[in-house]
Ligand binder design. Structure first.
Ligand SMILES: N[C@@H](CCC(=O)N[C@@H](CS)C(=O)NCC(=O)O)C(=O)O
Length: 225
């Protein structure tokens, strides 16, 4: 029998910043897959995501971007997770059945598509410049959208029989990665949402795993001491 060649991962460059939840998702997935990436810091506080150099990598001015020589940059954290899952299928970030995959993608989208984008720096920039928001209004906005997203996810996780030790059964999926990414950024912003016991239990379980613990914002290069 011919021997399977060892998987050789591409030389990835990850455009990243210490506190971002979207980059956290990619860091966790890379780590779960046993892969690494060389990180380039894009300082969001300094507006580097809007620099002409970075806009050539992602015209939307957002991180993460995963760059592999010979290919266009990959952007959108969930698309990157799907890509990593396809090139390195074990451990899988999706369940084997179509209903399970749809459920996991749906929970992931509730967090990564319908919650997180509302609290990004570009939204803050617009609301505080053109929208008349002061700091208090911005904080109320953040709390409102984190609460809306998390309460809806809590309701599903608590009600649906497919929930297990993690969001879907007893294996980590991309739903868990998205959930823990929101918990991580809420901690950075010192925002807490009460009344989410299922989420709290699952996030604690995720954060006990090295791939999640090592992706914590305060453990990244550039994080405040
Ligand atoms: N849907 C995108 C969101 C990317 C995103 O908004 N990233 C934030 C950091 S978490 C960012 O770079 N924001 C820059 C800005 O809003 O100016 C993804 O999941 O990758």
């Amino acid at each position: 029998m011919s021997k399977q060649p060892a998987f050789e991962q591409p030389a990835f460059e990850l455009y990243a910043f210490w506190r971002t939840s979207a980059t956290y998702r990619v860091r966790v997935a890379l780590s779960l897959k046993g892969m690494t990436a060389h990180e380039h810091i894009v300082n969001l506080d300094a507006g580097e995501q809007r620099s002409p150099e970075f806009l050539k990598i992602n015209p939307l001015g957002a991180i993460p971007a995963l760059v592999e020589p010979g290919h266009p940059p990959l952007t959108q954290s969930v698309a990157i997770l799907e890509f990593l899952d396809e090139i390195a299928p074990a451990p899988s970030l999706l369940p084997p059945d179509p209903h399970g995959r749809a459920r996991v993608r749906s929970i992931a989208a509730m967090l990564a598509s319908d919650t997180h984008p509302l609290i990004t720096p570009r939204v803050k920039k617009y609301l505080t410049s053109a929208g008349g928001f002061d700091d208090a209004a911005w904080r109320a906005w953040q709390i409102h959208w984190f609460t809306t997203g998390l309460m809806a996810v809590e309701q599903r996780l608590a009600m649906e029989a497919e929930t297990g030790a993690f969001c879907h059964g007893d294996q980590v999926t991309m739903a868990d990665i998205c959930l823990a990414s929101i918990a991580a950024v809420m901690r950075v912003f010192k925002i807490e949402v009460a009344g989410t016991p299922t989420i709290d239990r699952i996030v604690a379980r995720c954060e006990a795993l090295p791939a999640f613990a090592n992706a914590a914002p305060n453990r990244q290069a550039g994080a405040p001491a």
